[in-house]
Design a protein around this ligand. Structure first.
Ligand code: UGA
Length: 432
């Protein structure tokens, strides 16, 4: 059992802290947000993540998990301090490291003994060295370890316990061994590297996954034009074990708090060492086009959208999360409103978060049938089970003109043909 402090109670920090407590460590989670810490100490989770609430409550009860805004309390007995704060993108695409350095300064100020500082946040190559310099300035002996996370929202606990690998980037063997031991109950393969390589593994992994998605999305557009079927093409490609079946699902582009930010940041990182990352720039451009592709198809189909009723089905950037950051729903909504439509938007869990980022003209509903009632067109943005399972007869009977733009290929072409609907999807022939 180790005494651990975790700075930041966002997805990464909270899941990491709760999972460490679950495997027997004593964990103190620190955040500056008093309301959030108050709620968390009562077991109230600020975002939707399956299984997390139970895990937090259970470990609060058995006194292995603590929430605090008090740095002295969090750090005084900590052997290891994890930094898991946000690194949002700046206007120019580079990472804003303000919270990282604030955390490092906080450690320098309040830690009373030598510690191992582990960075979970995604940070540009070289950042851990700067963290070490900042903390060491205060006379503490500190070892830094880069330990990037690879958890996916919606599956974060499963990914922590059953991930593909744990990367431990360190130039100190003792510190690396302590971090490996802390993680040993997860039974996940551990890879040791130097610090810079660990930092780079995170960016390269996310950039590669984003590349797979943009690649398959480009192939899907060509399939549409040639009459091929993207589902068959992706499956046939993916069976080649060198390619792999995962992350070949064509759709309306990637979103979320990671891929858009990390791809832009890696272009910047490369630029800083005078390398123009042409491939990744293309990946980003393809994604930007993909997010508005269906809206442009609708504009071509209807000519003028002024005054039409639009149903948006799904607002989060993927199912099983209420996160709407960089979701295609945002750009699609803005583009559609410019055309003068009325929008009714449905999502099973993300409405509250969506209200803070979507324009006030949007009408929100938790009733999918209400969203479709008298609509002239429907856009499927997120493949929630509730949306995938919706019978096509509901579109047929509820919409004024049942024209469906399915950005997640939720329905088979055979099923669609049984109904009086017009159906446009990604990388497949339209049904009219
Ligand atoms: C992603 C990575 O998958 C994690 O490994 C990583 O730890 C995390 O970013 C991070 O850097 O913190 P996440 O953003 O939760 O995780 O979401 P993903 O499940 O990877 O999906 C990202 C986007 O790609 C979604 O919009 C999803 O709809 C889209 N996607 C994914 C596709 O369009 N097609 C696919 O085949 C797969």
């Amino acid at each position: 059992m180790r005494k651990i402090a975790v700075i930041g109670t966002g997805y990464v920090g909270l899941v990491t802290g709760a999972c460490f407590a679950e495997i027997g460590h004593q964990v103190k989670c620190l955040d500056i947000d008093e309301k959030k810490i108050y709620d968390l100490s009562k077991g109230i989770i600020p975002f939707y993540e399956p299984g997390l609430e139970d895990l937090v409550k259970e470990n609060l009860e058995n006194n292995r998990l603590f929430f605090t805004t008090n740095s002295s309390f969090a750090f005084h007995d900590a052997e290891v301090i994890y930094i898991a704060v946000g690194t949002p993108a700046k206007e120019d695409g580079s990472s804003n490291l303000e919270y990282i350095f604030r955390a490092a300064n906080n450690i320098a100020k309040y830690a009373t003994k030598n510690v191992i500082v582990v960075t979970k946040s995604t940070v540009p190559v070289g950042t851990n060295e700067r963290i070490k310099e900042l903390i060491t300035m205060n006379g503490l002996k500190v070892e830094v370890v880069s330990n990037p996370e690879f958890l996916r929202e919606g599956q974060a606990i499963n990914d922590t316990f059953r991930g593909d690998r744990i990367i431990i980037g360190s130039d100190n063997d003792t510190a690396a061994t302590v971090i490996e031991e802390i993680n040993q109950h997860f039974h996940v393969k551990v890879i040791h590297t130097d610090i810079k390589s660990a930092e780079m593994i995170k960016y390269a992994s996310n950039a590669f996954l984003a590349t797979k998605i943009s690649f398959i999305n480009e192939i899907s557009t060509i399939c549409e034009k040639l009459g091929a079927n993207i589902e068959d093409v992706a499956y046939g490609m993916g069976l080649d074990s060198r390619i792999g079946t995962q992350f070949l699902k064509a759709g309306i582009g990637y979103g979320g708090s990671c891929f858009p930010k990390d791809t832009k940041s890696l272009v910047q990182i490369a630029g800083n060492v005078k390398h123009k990352f042409d491939l990744l720039e293309a990946v980003i451009n393809v994604n930007n086009k993909q997010q508005v592709k269906l809206v442009e198809q609708a504009m071509a189909r209807f000519g003028n959208l002024q005054g039409l009723n639009v149903a948006l089905l799904g607002l989060s950037f993927k199912p099983n999360t209420d996160d709407v950051r960089e979701s295609a729903s945002i750009v699609m909504t803005n583009r559609l409103l410019e055309e003068g439509v009325s929008i009714t938007a449905y999502d099973p869990v993300a409405i509250e978060k969506a209200k803070s980022v979507l324009p006030s003209e949007v009408h929100f509903t938790k009733d999918i049938v209400e969203a479709l009632y008298l609509a002239d067109m429907a856009f499927i943005i997120t493949d929630w089970d509730e949306i995938k399972r919706l019978p096509l007869s509901v579109y047929e009977n509820m919409m004024r003109t049942p024209v469906i733009y399915d950005g997640r290929n939720c329905y088979s072409i055979e099923a669609v043909k049984q109904h009086r609907v017009e159906y446009h999807s990604i990388g497949r022939k339209s049904v009219k």
